[in-house]
Each structure stands twice: as structure tokens, then as C-alpha cells.
Write a protein that binds this ligand. Structure first.
Ligand SMILES: Nc1nc2c(c(=O)[nH]1)N[C@H]1C(S)=C(S)[C@@H](COP(=O)(O)O)O[C@H]1N2
Ligand SMILES: [Mo]
Length: 202
């Protein structure tokens, strides 16, 4: 029998087309954070949309959760080589955040910000059209703090470092400004199917 290639821990060849090169499947849900899990108080939590330095709109927790709710079940891929299939999230689609403001994206780039200072850059086109959300629930329960609760960005088609945990804002930027990991040697875009792991990867 011919070698069927590498399917990670799963031996099911039907899943091969869902596992990007150099990745292997995990059933667990590893926690990867550059620092300690911040404590976030829902009473003072805000989410801010900015254009450059100018705030466009600020939502409180209750207001934010009144936005239309969307469910997304997607495969996720961490640059440390684990992938996890069928992760089930719920929250607010980025489309619905922009729609709430009635804004046409004024620039092609976004820098996402987190409460503890983490940031990551994502092109606007990768956030709209149902491709990304601010997730507040995982598997039907409020998102655990270690996984980014109360709210995290979810951009499942890019390496998982783009999915900023404890996200508290999106900022339109004129240029593609690099975020935390992108400034430290990771790829500006991060397509797992092209193995765009490090800065100079094509
Ligand atoms: N704010 C913040 N977001 C973050 C990180 C972080 O350190 N801080 N780590 C990133 C990385 S490298 C990965 S792989 C995922 C891990 O998410 P998880 O801990 O829920 O698996 O979160 C991403 N988002
Ligand atoms: Mo990661």
C-alpha cells in the first residue's frame, strides 16, 4: 500500500485536505499566551472601533452582546504545528460590527488590539464576508479566560496567532502595521496553507 502521507494523529485520509502542511491534529485545546491571562471585568469592558487615532464607536459589554449573534464552526491552525478541527464558536461577525456603525472600511488594513497590549494585523478583506468574528462563546459556554474570554478575535483561515485573545478593539490603519508576533519574526499575513510562518516565507 502506498504511503498516504501525514495526517497527524488522525489516520482518517478524508481529513487530509483539512490539515495544512506541517500541521498535526490535536483533540485537546492547548493554551498559548505570551503572558499571564489578564483579569477582565465585564462591568468596565469596552470594545472600540477606531480609524487611526480617532474612536468611531465604543460598545459596553451589554451593548456589544445585543449585536446579531453568529455561530461559526471552523478548523484552526497554530503556527506551533497543532491544528484542531470543528471548533464551535459564537459571537459577533465583524460584518455586523461594521454594519452597526454603518461604516464602509476606510482603509484596507486593521490592527486588532487586546486589553494587555497584544496586537495583530489583518487585512480588512480577511475579516469581512463572514470570514471572522469576535467570539464570546466556545462550545455554547462563555469563552474561558485562558482562551481569550470574555471576547477574542477569530480569524480561522489564518494562523491562530491572528485570533487575538482578550480583544478590545479594531483599528483601521492606512498601512499594514505589524502586530506583536509580526514584529518578532512571524509572517505579516500567515496563511497556513502556504506555510507563511516566518517573516521571509513567500
Ligand atoms: N492577546 C493575546 N492573544 C493571543 C495570544 C497572546 O499571547 N495574547 N497568542 C496567540 C497565539 S500564538 C495563539 S496560537 C492563540 C492561542 O489561543 P488559545 O490559547 O485559545 O489556544 O492565541 C493567539 N492570541
Ligand atoms: Mo500560536
Amino acid at each position: 500500500m502506498a504511503t498516504r502521507g501525514f495526517f497527524g494523529r488522525s489516520r482518517d485520509p478524508s481529513l487530509a485536505d483539512r490539515v495544512p502542511p506541517g500541521q498535526s491534529l490535536t483533540d485537546g485545546f492547548p493554551v498559548l499566551s505570551a503572558g499571564p491571562t489578564p483579569r477582565v471585568d465585564l462591568k468596565t469592558w469596552t470594545f472600540t472601533l477606531k480609524h487611526g487615532p480617532k474612536p468611531v464607536k465604543v460598545w459596553g459589554w451589554d451593548q456589544f452582546n445585543e449585536l446579531p449573534q453568529t455561530k461559526m464552526t471552523r478548523d484552526i491552525h497554530c503556527v506551533t504545528t497543532w491544528s484542531k478541527l470543528n471548533t464551535a464558536w459564537e459571537g459577533v461577525a465583524i460584518d455586523d460590527i461594521f454594519a452597526d456603525v454603518g461604516i464602509e472600511p476606510p482603509t484596507p488594513y486593521i490592527l486588532a488590539h487586546s486589553v494587555e497590549g497584544y496586537s495583530t494585523n489583518v487585512p480588512v478583506k480577511d475579516l469581512v464576508g463572514g470570514k471572522a468574528m469576535v467570539a464570546t462563546k466556545y462550545k455554547g459556554a462563555p469563552l474561558e479566560p485562558d482562551h481569550g474570554g470574555p471576547a477574542r478575535l477569530l480569524v480561522p483561515h489564518l494562523y491562530f496567532w491572528k485570533s487575538a485573545k482578550w480583544v478590545n478593539g479594531l483599528q483601521f490603519t492606512e498601512r499594514d502595521e505589524l502586530g506583536f508576533w509580526e514584529l518578532r519574526g512571524y509572517h505579516a499575513y500567515g496563511d497556513p496553507w502556504k506555510e507563511q510562518r516566518y517573516t521571509d516565507d513567500p
